[in-house]
Design a protein around this ligand. Structure first.
Ligand code: NAD
Length: 501
C-alpha cells in the first residue's frame, strides 16, 4: 500500500474506452491495458487497447463523415461557432479537466489548470482564424485569373504524448477541425484519462457525429495501425525523436503529409550583462515547471564565466526551495513524474550525472516521499559538453550548467547537440541578442523571456527536434490542400498541334 492519501477524482469511468461514431466502445477483441496513478504507481483503471481493427473502424467512420460533408463543407462561420462553443465548454470544465489531468499525469494542479486554459485558447484562436483567412489570387491582365482553392484533406491521424495530454491534443484538434477535416486521435497510453472528455464537449458544442474519433492504445499497436492506414493521408505527431523517425519510415510507402514536433535539449544562455534575478527565476521555471517534462525545457544553462559562480550558487539555493509535493496540492511546484518507467529513466541520468558533473542540488527522492515517482529538482554544474546529461533529453527536473568565456564559445555550445527546438538568451546587449538569436540552431528563440507563446508564430524545431512548423496559419496550411485553379480570360493560348491545312 502506498503511504499517501491520494486524491482520487470522483466519478471516474469504469473503463477508459474508445469513442467511435459518436459512441463509447470497447476494443473489438476486448483487450485492455493498465493505467497507473503516478503518486502510488498502482493501477487505478484499465483502458481499451485499440488494435488494427478498431483503428480501421474509426478511420472508416471519419472517412464517411468527411465525404458526407456536414462538417467538411460547412461554412467557415458555422465551424467557427462550434469551435467557440468548444472553447467555452473547455473553460467551464477547466477545474474538472485539470483535476483529471493532474491525477493521471502527476502534474501540479495549478499548472494543469493553466494547460486547460491554454486548450480553450487554442480552439478560440483557430475559431477566429478560420473566418479571417485570405487566400491568394493572381491576375495576368487580359489573360488569366488564378486563385487558390483551399480545402480540407480528409482523415487526419493525431498522435500525442503524455506530458500535457489535453493541451497538446487541442493543439492538433483545433486546426484539424477548423479546416474541416475528420480526425482519429490516438492519445498517449500513459495518460489516456482526460481525452475522453473531448467526446462530451464536442457533442455538446454541435460537432457532427463521427467527425471526431478516439482510439486508445499502445503506440506500437494503435499508433502504428493509424500510421500505416492507407486512408489516413495526414499524420500530426508529437513525441520522441526516435518515434518520429520510425513514423517517418512507416509513412513513406504511403507518402503521407507529416508534421513532427519532437524532442529537445534547449539551451538558456546567460551573459554577464543580463538581469540576473530575472534570468535565474526564468531558468528555474523553464526546467522545473511541468515537472521538467516539457519539450521546450531550458535543460542546459550556459553561463558567462565572470558570473558563473554566483549564478550557480544562487540557482542551486533556489532549486532547493522549489516545492515538491502531491500533484493536487495548490502549493506544489513539482509533482510526480508520469510513470515508473519514466522515473527510472530520469533517475538513471541523475546517477550518470553524479560522475559527469558537480551535483549542487537534488539528486534523490524528497524526504517523506518514499514511493511514487517523486524526485527533487536536480542541478549539475561544471558539465562538459560531451556528457550524456548535456547531450540527451532527460525530460525531468534535471538541469546541466556549463560555463563559457566568449560569445563564439557560447554559440558553439548552444548548437552542440542533435536537437534544435528552443533557445533562451539573456543579455541586455541589443546587437548581441539579435545576432545570437539568429545564429542559434533552434526553431524558436526567446530573448530575455521565458517560453511565452504567441499563437500566431510558428512552433517547431530544427535538426532532430522536428519536421515542419505548426502554429497560426502554418497549421492551416498543414491541414489543407491548396489547389491552384487557373481561368482563361482571353484568347485560348496555345500552339495548335495537328492543325488542318
Ligand atoms: P513517444 O514518442 O514515446 O510517444 C508519443 C506518442 O506516439 C504516444 O501516443 C505513443 O503511443 C505513440 N507511439 C509510440 N510508438 C509509436 C509507433 N511506432 N507508431 C505510432 N505511434 C507511436 O513520446 P512520449 O514519451 O509520449 O513524449 C515525450 C516526448 O515528446 C519527448 O521527447 C518530448 O520532447 C516530446 N514532445 C515534443 C513536443 C514538441 O512540440 N516538440 C511537445 C511535447 C512533447
Amino acid at each position: 500500500m502506498a503511504q499517501y492519501e491520494t486524491h482520487t477524482p470522483a466519478e471516474l469511468p469504469e473503463l477508459i474506452r474508445h469513442y467511435i461514431d459518436g459512441e463509447f466502445v470497447d476494443s473489438a477483441d476486448g483487450t485492455t491495458f493498465d493505467v497507473i496513478n503516478p503518486v502510488t504507481n498502482e493501477t487505478y483503471i484499465q483502458a481499451s487497447a485499440g488494435q488494427k481493427e478498431d483503428v480501421d473502424r474509426a478511420v472508416q467512420v471519419a472517412k464517411r463523415t468527411f465525404q458526407e460533408g456536414s462538417w467538411s463543407q460547412a461554412l467557415p462561420r458555422e465551424r467557427s461557432k462550434v469551435l467557440h462553443r468548444i472553447a467555452d465548454l473547455v473553460e467551464t470544465r477547466g477545474d474538472r479537466l485539470a483535476e483529471l489531468e493532474s491525477f493521471d499525469t502527476g502534474l501540479p494542479i495549478t499548472q494543469a489548470l493553466g494547460q486547460a486554459r491554454r486548450a480553450a485558447e487554442n480552439f478560440r484562436f483557430f475559431a477566429d482564424l478560420i473566418v479571417a483567412i485570405a487566400d491568394d489570387t493572381y491576375k495576368v491582365p487580359g489573360r488569366q485569373i488564378n486563385y487558390v482553392n483551399r480545402k480540407p484533406i480528409g482523415v487526419a491521424g493525431l498522435i500525442t504524448p503524455w506530458n500535457t495530454p489535453f493541451m497538446l491534443e487541442s493543439w492538433k484538434l483545433g486546426p484539424a477541425l477548423a479546416t474541416g477535416n475528420s480526425v482519429v486521435l490516438k492519445p498517449a497510453e500513459f495518460t489516456p484519462l482526460s481525452a475522453g472528455l473531448w467526446a462530451g464537449i464536442f457533442e455538446e458544442a454541435g460537432l457532427p457525429r463521427g467527425v471526431f474519433n478516439l482510439v486508445n492504445g499502445i503506440g506500437e499497436e494503435a499508433g502504428d495501425a493509424l500510421v500505416k492506414h492507407p486512408e489516413v493521408p495526414l499524420i500530426s505527431f508529437t513525441g520522441e525523436s526516435s518515434t518520429g523517425q520510425l513514423i517517418f519510415a512507416n509513412s513513406a510507402p504511403y507518402l503521407k503529409g507529416l508534421s513532427m514536433e519532437l524532442g529537445g535539449k534547449s539551451p538558456a544562455i546567460v551573459f554577464a550583462d543580463a538581469d540576473l534575478e530575472a534570468a535565474i527565476n526564468a531558468t528555474i521555471f523553464g526546467v522545473f515547471s511541468l515537472n521538467g517534462e516539457r519539450c521546450t525545457a531550458g535543460s542546459r544553462i550556459l553561463v558567462e564565466r565572470s558570473i558563473y559562480d554566483e549564478f550557480v550558487e544562487r540557482y542551486a539555493a533556489q532549486a532547493k526551495r522549489v516545492k515538491v509535493g502531491l500533484p493536487h496540492e495548490p502549493t506544489t511546484e513539482v509533482g510526480a513524474l508520469v510513470h515508473p518507467e519514466h522515473f527510472e529513466k530520469v533517475m538513471s541520468y541523475v546517477e550518470k550525472g553524479k560522475s559527469e558533473g558537480r551535483l549542487v542540488a537534488g539528486g534523490d527522492r524528497p524526504e517523506g516521499y518514499e514511493t511514487g515517482n517523486f524526485i527533487t529538482p536536480t542541478v549539475f554544474a561544471d558539465v562538459a559538453p560531451d556528457a550524456s546529461i548535456f547531450q540527451e533529453e532527460i525530460f525531468g527536473p534535471v538541469v546541466a550548467i556549463t560555463p563559457f568565456d566568449t560569445e563564439d564559445e557560447a554559440l558553439e555550445l548552444a548548437n552542440n547537440t542533435k536537437y534544435g527546438l528552443a533557445a533562451y538568451v539573456w543579455t541586455n546587449d541589443l546587437k548581441r541578442s539579435h545576432n545570437f538569436a539568429q545564429a542559434v540552431e533552434a526553431g524558436m528563440v526567446w530573448l530575455n523571456s521565458n517560453n511565452v507563446r504567441d499563437l500566431r508564430t510558428p512552433f517547431g524545431g530544427v535538426k532532430a527536434s522536428g519536421l515542419g512548423h505548426e502554429g497560426g496559419y502554418r497549421s492551416i496550411d498543414f491541414y489543407t490542400d491548396q489547389q491552384a485553379i487557373h481561368i482563361n480570360l482571353g484568347e485560348v493560348h496555345n500552339p495548335v498541334f495537328g492543325k488542318a491545312d
